[in-house]
Write a protein that binds this ligand. Structure first.
Ligand SMILES: [Zn+2]
Length: 192
């Protein structure tokens, strides 16, 4: 089992390789065979947006078996996504959880725009982003910066959602962090 500090360092080193343009090798048959035979032991859980421009396996220069990825628009976390995180922590022994948000997030932008929360499932998704939007509105001086601030707060709110899950209380070495990825230059802007 990779400890949380080592796991975070691996992600940061992988991102460095990505930014340097180091090609990612196709997974070897030996790796695939080993994973199928001996099971997966991903060193990190990455909860990120479904946005097609955000590909965590590329961003962190990873191979199959490295990261356990959960994706929803706006990286919102409902019971279903939380269950996936619990599975990876409890059954796979993963000790690092990363909430990876990004710039120009359509889900966050959609929650910032006027919308009615119809009974459709998209309304349910946007409702999970709304607390971040409402908090951003009280902080922003202009509509121009609203989406970006809401994106930042949405990362922090999803971290809090995970931290507040009592299932994780007392699990040694579990680290829950966030990061924001810039889709324009392919770089992580910050870690929190
Ligand atoms: Zn997004």
């Amino acid at each position: 089992m990779t400890n949380s500090n080592e796991a975070l360092e691996k992600l940061k080193q992988g991102h460095q390789k990505f930014t340097e343009g180091t090609p990612i090798a196709a997974p070897s048959k030996e790796l695939l065979c080993d994973l199928a035979t001996n099971g997966q032991h991903p060193f990190a859980i990455v909860v990120t947006c479904s946005d097609s421009r955000v590909v965590p396996e590329f961003i962190f220069h990873c191979q199959p078996g490295d990261i356990f990825t959960i994706r929803t628009a706006g990286q919102v976390i409902s019971d279903i996504e939380m269950g996936s995180i619990e599975y990876a922590v409890d059954h796979l022994g993963t000790r690092l959880v990363v909430v990876l948000g990004h710039t120009h997030c359509g889900a966050v932008h959609g929650a910032c725009e006027p919308h009615d929360n119809c009974s459709c499932s998209l309304g349910a998704l946007l409702s999970l982003v709304e607390p971040s939007v409402n908090a951003a509105k009280s902080q922003c001086r202009s509509d121009k910066e609203l989406t970006a601030v809401a994106e930042d707060l949405n990362i922090r709110n999803m971290i809090k959602t995970i931290v507040d899950n009592p299932v994780f209380t007392g699990i040694a070495d579990l680290k829950i962090v966030g990061a924001k990825y810039d889709i324009e230059n392919g770089r992580i802007l910050y870690w929190v």
